[in-house]
Design a protein around this ligand. Sequence first.
Ligand SMILES: O=C(O)CCC(=O)C(=O)O
Ligand SMILES: [Fe+2]
Length: 316
Amino acid sequence: MLSRTTTSTAAALIHGLERYSVSTLGRQLTLRSTYASVLSRHFSSHTDVPTIDLAQLQATIFSQTAQISRDLSSRGYFTTVSLLPLDEVTTLRSQAISLRKEGRYVPSFSEKLVGDTIQRFDKEGVYACEPDGGDYYTAPDLISYIATILQTLPPALNDEEETRDNELSNAAFNAKLAVTTGGSRYPCHIDNPVGNGLDVRKLTAILYLNPAWKEGDGGEIRLFVKDEEEVKPVDLSPVGGRLLLFWSDEIPHEVLPTACSGHSSENDDVCEKSALDVYSESDRYALTVWIPTDNRGVLHDERSKFASLKDLVHFG
Ligand SMILES: O=C(O)CCC(=O)C(=O)O
Ligand SMILES: [Fe+2]
């Protein structure tokens, strides 16, 4: 349990966040209320407080900032499997499930560029929620985690030589909690594929909330990165406590199918997708925070060493 002083620090961190709304590829992603107003209600009523150690989370990020910055600039991504201890990951997962039980998730869809047009497609068996300040009472640790990441990563990376030019912003962001059920996958995509001035997301930060994940459970994220002039796939398991960072406008990636929890009655090879209100241990939870840039000019920069990836990779 956090002491009052530490929690107040979290409130102060959160207080800096602004309302943010960006229309990305025609979709309105909106932060419905500020975390600050919810936290001020919280402090007057002394109800639940976050139990994850936010000060330790911040210290862990600061201790790895130099490596994060080096990896992002040299290979386009950074990952560690031990951002948080497993008991904290378990807490976050249970709050993610509570939000699902409250009906905060909706069926997920994505958009892809086909030639010059943007096509929308459903991601069958994938459900998503955009957590915001209004979710604080149900998910205090999830909301505090998001706030801590936002207040820690952008200034830390803006202080490092290799990543300073990206001018990451801690004033504006989008967050998404997604659950992938039996056999579902995400096709290959780039999170911010056009950089048309409305979508300014630069850094993708994913935390995986699957403390019981085992080898063979599937659901790996496959990044396409560069090895000399060749494209190299890198598969990373969604183990609980893994943090993955990569450039939102440059790194193609897909999510491989999760293992089946049941088979379709008609076809044994086809996984039974879970409905929105069916919960399974094998559900794959991921919490993504997208950090934007204050300088649109850095998006889709043709001089970047990763710029050619979008031409080399087959999407869809
Ligand atoms: O859950 C993952 O591993 C990646 C999800 C993803 O690519 C996305 O939400 O854009
Ligand atoms: Fe993505």
